[in-house]
Ligand binder design. Structure first.
Ligand SMILES: Cc1cc2nc3c(=O)[nH]c(=O)nc-3n(C[C@H](O)[C@H](O)[C@H](O)COP(=O)(O)OP(=O)(O)OC[C@H]3O[C@@H](n4cnc5c(N)ncnc54)[C@H](O)[C@@H]3O)c2cc1C
Length: 360
């Protein structure tokens, strides 16, 4: 273990982590960011460095990134990133439309670079263990590094749950999505029949939201009643554009390389019969898993497993000096811009806490 005690360590590399790093670096806190490890396990879970946005194509709702000339976007990326990082996103620009929104991986590379330009130091590794019972806090990485920190910002995000079908994996970003608010308005889904999988409040919300764009929305639910609150159910059941397929599961996503998703095959959970629905998209609403396992219960969590914010409008957690930002503490908004917003708050909260404790 090095004798150096970090002022702030940031764990995580989505919009929350990089925004926290930008603010902390500009406040002279010299932040150290653990951006996650590049391992087959993280690849499989969808938790590689750069977070969830690195898994998507166009990001149309992050403010200040309008539809732009592809050449101009590529030019900006080339000028903003060092060659080895530009190489990570160069392939995105080699085909596709002349005008488009920024792609998720591009946006994340820019955020990372912005943090590094202000002096954030980055370690490409997972934090696998922490000790928040001592101060300075102690953290251990997968590669065996041990660091001490006066304050910590946990921004490890969450991952969407998928059904685990091979065909679903094949059509991710080509009709399969886990976020209606993010993707529902994309041209590929407009005036098309769509399917939502799930039976809780988020399935109801996603289905209602999608009726703004879709010609029809099916909800596929494996039971004969929803888990969702009564009011949400009622809204869905009264919506003429929504049809519920009770007691059914998606057995396969159908499609081809040219069009992406063209349908789903359903299997009944009561009698093994099958049917096919022609749809242009499948939206999963079967929950998220927050990335909190490495905390081993040292921070208070909500009953859904998210880190509990312990004060209103602050990013404080149950341990003084440890702050949380982004989707790891927010199962409600789950947007890049809200994650970035709470990342900013966490850095300011950490700075003020360190100052109040006379630790700066
Ligand atoms: C397919 C898809 C499309 C989306 N599209 C949009 C969109 O268009 N607009 C929008 O606003 N939102 C969109 N979202 C949601 C958005 O991506 C999230 O709300 C946002 O990324 C959350 O940011 P975050 O910083 O909290 O964490 P995340 O983006 O979840 O990133 C956290 C990262 O931290 C790292 N990490 C995790 N554990 C550890 C650890 N132990 N040690 C070190 N590092 C760790 C991992 O690399 C992980 O990926 C989309 C999500 C998905 C899945």
């Amino acid at each position: 273990m090095s004798d150096q005690v970090e002022k702030v360590v940031i764990i995580g590399s989505g919009p929350a982590g990089w925004t926290a790093a930008i603010y902390a670096a500009r406040a002279n806190l010299d932040p150290l960011v653990f951006e996650g490890a590049v391992t087959p396990e993280n690849q499989q879970k969808g938790t590689l460095p750069l977070g969830q946005l690195a898994l998507t194509t166009e990001v149309e709702n992050y403010p200040s990134w309008p539809f732009a000339d592809t050449e101009a976007l590529v030019g900006l990326l080339r000028s903003a990133l060092p060659p080895e990082r530009f190489a990570n996103v160069e392939h995105l620009s080699t085909s596709g439309p002349e005008r488009r929104s920024i792609f998720g991986p591009e946006l994340m590379e820019l955020m990372r670079q912005q943090a590094m330009n202000f002096g954030a130091r980055v370690i490409t590794d997972d934090v696998v263990r922490v000790d928040f019972r001592v101060h300075p806090f102690r953290l251990w990485s997968l590669g065996g590094k041990e660091v001490q920190a006066l304050s910590v910002i946990v921004a490890t995000g969450a991952r969407a749950n998928y059904l685990g079908l091979e065909s679903e994996e094949r059509f991710k970003n080509r009709g399969v999505s886990a976020c209606a608010v993010c993707d529902g308005a994309l041209p590929r889904f407009r005036n098309q029949p769509l399917v939502v999988v799930g039976g809780g409040d988020s399935a109801m919300e996603e289905a209602s939201y999608l009726t703004k764009f879709a010609s029809k929305v099916y909800i596929v639910h494996r039971r004969d009643k929803f888990r969702a609150s009564k009011i949400m159910q009622q809204r869905v059941l009264e919506n003429p554009k929504i049809e519920v397929k009770w007691n059914r599961v998606v057995e396969e996503v159908l499609g081809n390389d040219e069009q992406g998703v063209t349908g789903v095959r359903l299997r009944s959970t009561v009698d093994d019969t099958r049917e096919e629905l022609q749809v242009a998209g499948m939206f999963l609403a079967i929950g998220h898993t927050p990335n909190t396992a490495f905390l081993e219960g040292q921070l208070e969590l909500t009953d859904k497993g998210y880190i509990r914010w312990t004060q209103p409008f602050r990013t404080c957690t149950s341990v003084e000096g440890v702050f949380a930002a982004g989707d790891v503490a927010d199962d409600y908004y789950r947007q890049a811009v809200t994650a970035a917003g709470t990342g900013c708050m966490a850095a300011l909260d950490a700075e003020r806490w360190l100052a109040a404790k006379g630790l700066l």
